[in-house]
Design a binder for this molecule. Structure first.
Ligand code: AMP
Length: 494
């Protein structure tokens, strides 16, 4: 039995809302069953047997009915995002060999290379379908979800997660973060990514909580909504907190007080998917009274490390391994590093994905002989065992003049400067030093220039960590999750 079938117990409780609709758990499940029957009839099979069904929806209740309908029919859900350009969506559709594409009415005039059907046609035919038809038996180890990697080092790869993976990930987080049916979350994250799908949506529904979708994140809207009605949980990436802070700074004293008061309804505010700068954590704490709970994870493993809900949360650290997930740090020879030294994070557990779709070699290469997934992220542990992320091995660990330097550490330092609103640090090949450090900076004032910023950095960092060059930009290239695309920054230097 899939966990989604158990949500029927929440009956008339509100499951999902957007600006125009409110669906109860009963309505959601009944609609999902009908979508399942529709898919089986459309494809004329008794079981989808892992067939890929792609769907392009904004964040809305229908998105969930389609996702669950695909699962009840035995298919693999391939969520597409309106945030992606059409060529990228076409790549996901072709790469996944999708049997069918369901398009929300907002996108029904888009043409793709696979058979597609618009949601209003699907919905129109649901009326006549009977829920009494038998549903196929779904094995827990069968594939449920395909999420594409961000493809910073080559073409995006389809990460296959089974029902078992998802159930384990959800149950782990529901327990760790104590999701309750009384919780209510304002959902602002994209729904093609593990953070938005598993952490913010499925965990809430597993617990019988209420999810309110805001399809497009706008800081002013979030502050308004929080002031209109109480919410208990929020999850976002650091960029979102940064934009909420900027909006707060623009407000009058009276408005600030009201915004601050709205945050008192929250019991839990979480940050992840990119390093949370300590400066953002501190500003947010002053504004909201909440010490953000930072956690670490990725598409391939869901969440693996988290600061505790109760107990000490450490700024700049992602916390401790979640229960029943093995985490270790190893050196380049796959040997455990000494306490306090940097190493690659490797992870083992039921949370870890099935493999990359149609990429057996890439899958094999991403696991060690003893079955640990090689995350490609470098971290170190403090004496309490808390993990600190130093960055991705491929882009954030810069080997310069014989030293290994963490781009994240330099970024943290740059952010201490009051006239810097954002920054990103990369390493590029250099004949003399192996790699040289380049900092990209978005400055708040024109007083800042390369020379005076370098002079300041020399008072803050060891000399070999001071960037060889500082480049001022108006904005950074970002992916759909708001993460800076460092490979594109490096391209600016070519
Ligand atoms: P994605 O698969 O798109 O979720 O990206 C996962 C990657 O985001 C990880 O491999 C890390 O490099 C990064 N990441 C996730 N959470 C954190 C965090 N709390 N701190 C630093 N990096 C993070």
């Amino acid at each position: 039995m899939l966990w989604i079938e158990k949500t029927a117990q929440f009956g008339a409780k509100t499951a999902l809302r957007d600006e125009t609709q409110k669906w109860t758990y009963q309505e959601l499940f009944s609609k999902a069953q009908k979508v399942a029957i529709f898919l089986l009839e459309k494809l004329q099979v008794p079981h989808l047997q892992g067939a890929r069904i792609a769907y392009l929806f904004p964040s809305c209740p229908e998105y969930v009915a389609v996702q669950w309908g695909i699962w009840l029919a035995g298919g693999m859900a391939v969520p597409l995002s309106p945030l992606h350009p059409k060529t990228e969506m076409e790549y996901f559709i072709q790469d996944s060999e999708a049997s069918l594409l369901i398009l929300h009415d907002n996108f029904s005039d888009l043409n793709f290379s696979v058979p597609s059907i618009s949601w209003d046609i699907v919905e129109g035919s649901l009326e006549n379908l009977q829920n009494s038809v038998g549903f196929p038996e779904i094995a827990l180890h069968s594939p449920a979800l395909m999420i594409y990697t961000s493809g910073t080092t080559g073409k995006p790869k389809g990460v296959m997660l089974s029902h078992k993976n998802l159930t384990f990930q959800i149950e782990t987080l529901v327990k760790a973060w104590e999701w309750q049916k009384t919780d209510k979350i304002l959902h602002v994250l994209p729904l093609h990514h593990i953070h938005g799908i598993v952490n913010a949506l499925l965990c809430a529904l597993y617990a019988g909580a209420e999810v309110v979708f805001l399809p497009k994140f706008e800081p002013q809207k979030v502050w308004d909504i929080w002031q209109r009605e109480p919410f208990s949980v929020f999850m976002a990436v650091p960029t979102i907190y940064n934009r909420l802070i900027a909006e707060w700074q623009k407000a009058t004293e009276n408005e600030k007080r009201a915004m601050q008061a709205a945050c008192q309804n929250m019991r839990l505010m979480i940050s992840g998917s990119a390093a949370l700068p300590v400066s953002i954590l501190e500003k947010w704490q002053k504004i909201s009274g909440h010490f953000l709970l930072e956690r670490y994870g990725m598409s391939e493993i869901g969440m693996a490390i988290s600061n505790p809900l109760h107990g000490t949360r450490k700024a700049g650290f992602v916390g401790l391994p979640l229960p029943n997930i093995e985490v270790r740090l190893v050196d380049e020879n796959n040997q455990p590093v000494l306490q306090g030294e940097a190493g690659e994070i490797q992870v083992k557990g039921e949370n870890v994905f099935m493999g990359y779709w149609k990429r057996e070699q890439a899958t094999a290469e991403s696991f060690t002989d003893d079955g640990f997934f090689k995350t490609g992220d470098i971290a170190m542990q403090d004496t309490d065992g808390y993990y600190k992320i130093l960055g991705r091995k491929s882009t954030d660990i810069i080997k310069t003049a014989g030293y290994k330097v963490s781009a994240i550490e330099i970024e943290e330092t740059l952010r201490l400067h009051s006239e810097i609103s954002d920054c990103a640090v990369v390493g590029i090949a250099d004949e003399d030093k192996g790699e040289k450090i380049i900092a990209f900076v978005i400055a708040q004032s024109s007083n800042l220039n390369e020379n005076n910023l370098k002079d300041w950095l020399k008072t803050q960092l060891a000399y070999y960590k001071v960037p060889a060059q500082i480049i001022f930009l108006q904005d950074f290239p970002r992916n759909a999750m708001g993460k800076v695309i460092k490979t594109e920054l490096k391209n600016l230097l070519k």
